[in-house]
Design a protein around this ligand. Structure first.
Ligand code: DX5
Ligand code: ZN
Length: 218
């Protein structure tokens, strides 16, 4: 599968967000990853639907919305309205929503369906849902902050996801998120990931295009 790069705007310069979006797009970004944090499910607060709607106005790139929030089902209408192309929710009980019901609601809205799990959550937690989603996001850091170190032991989950994808039609997107730099991107691709989320390794680089090329291994 083609490797897609999804810059996480959490690491962008928010005082120049429109310019950052255009720079990432011109640099070859395939998607944009938008990290929504509520200060409850994760120990940080980022931004909400209003920022998603603002980003929507400035780019045609698919918006990959990662909900690190409690009660994602309650907020779905606002992120759908804001223009999300794919919405990823957490499987952990601490996310306080009915997982299959939330996934079905995202599907019914015609939006891409994503599910994700924290490093501490076993792969078994997402296994029952794989046939109902378009994208499995394997967190390679504990969610909440950019700039953390990649957790190599998460590659076991990427391999499990690849095995499932290879045995079930070959279409499931396998996305990794957290500490993705050229060397960890290559490890992730080798193990089966086809979407790379990167914040600091792109938005802290002088040359965004070179940073994205390096992630692809090109
Ligand atoms: C962390 C977010 C990640 C983060 C990635 O909770 O889900 O998307 O922004 O940041 P880097 O690439 O800097 O590790
Ligand atoms: Zn994310």
């Amino acid at each position: 599968m083609l490797t897609l790069v999804a810059p996480s705007i959490l690491a962008a310069d928010f005082s120049h967000l429109e310019a950052e979006i255009h720079r990432a797009e011109e640099a070859g970004a395939d998607w944009l990853h938008l990290d929504i944090m509520d200060g409850h499910f994760v120990d940080n607060i980022s931004f909400g639907p209003a920022v998603v709607a603002t980003v929507r106005k400035h780019t045609p790139l698919p918006l990959d919305v990662h909900l690190m929030i409690e009660h994602a089902d309650h907020y779905l209408p606002r992120f759908l309205e804001a223009g999300a192309n794919s919405i990823t929710v957490h499987v952990e009980p601490e996310a306080k929503h009915d997982v299959p019901k939330t996934l079905a609601t995202i599907r019914a809205a015609g939006c891409g369906v994503g599910l994700t799990l924290n490093p501490a959550t076993p792969f078994e937690a997402v296994a029952p849902y794989l046939s109902t989603i378009d994208l499995l996001l394997i967190m390679t850091v504990h969610p909440g902050f950019g700039g953390q170190a990649f957790r190599t032991e998460m590659m076991e989950k990427v391999r499990r996801a690849k095995q499932w994808r290879d045995a079930n039609g070959g279409k499931l997107h396998i996305e990794v998120d957290g500490g993705i730099k050229p060397e960890t991107a290559q490890v992730s691709i080798e193990n089966g990931a086809n979407i790379l989320v990167a914040g600091t390794s792109i938005f802290r680089a002088d040359d965004y295009a070179a940073a994205i090329r390096d992630l692809r291994g090109g």
